[in-house]
Design a binder for this molecule. Structure first.
Ligand code: FES
Length: 172
């Protein structure tokens, strides 16, 4: 079984401010979306901290995530849905106060990568900041701005097994 450690935490969302690991500050982890112009649209931020899996079903122990922590898991996938992200399925796990949000970082609009803003109100935003894109999503994975307004982020097929203080994310 794979395990998420503190090293894999890319962003910690807090109610007022966000802590973003300094090593990813030059990537798409900045609440000032105007600075996202011309960033790559094929991968989310914090590539160094992403947990990379091989293709196929996987079990990932995410027990070490604390409320507000966001981590990203990547695995290869040949489906056309992932053409815009280099045939990679990126999955974010956000630990909330009482539960987890598990969503794909593939934009429901045209499949570009969704990045992490560090903004607790709008933690996810499409890396394509063009006039006809620019989707933004809240902490429930709901589109609140841009082309995906009113659409939900994609939820990967998964199950969360929680027992004895251990949280295991099973990906189909
Ligand atoms: S691909 Fe994300 S808003 Fe268009």
């Amino acid at each position: 079984m794979e395990k998420i450690t503190r090293r894999h935490v890319i962003v910690t969302l807090a109610s007022s401010t966000a802590f973003i690991c300094p090593s990813v500050l030059n990537a798409a982890t900045n609440a000032d979306l105007s600075s996202w112009d011309n960033i790559p649209t094929d991968s989310p931020a914090g590539l160094k901290q992403i947990l990379r899996l091989s293709t196929g079903p996987a079990s990932v122990d995410i027990s070490e995530l604390k409320p507000g922590d966001v981590t990203v898991i990547a695995r290869p996938n040949n489906r056309w849905d992932y053409a815009a992200t280099g045939q990679t399925q990126f999955i974010a796990a956000l630990c909330r106060d009482t539960d987890y949000l598990i969503v794909e970082l593939t934009c429901p609009h045209k499949g570009k990568a969704i990045g992490l803003t560090g903004d607790p109100k709008v933690p996810f935003a499409c890396t394509d900041r063009g006039r006809y894109h620019s989707s933004e999503f809240d902490a429930n994975g709901m589109g609140v701005a841009g082309k995906s307004s009113g659409d939900r982020m994609i939820v990967p097929e998964h199950r969360l097994n929680i027992s004895n203080g251990k949280v295991v994310l099973e990906l189909a």
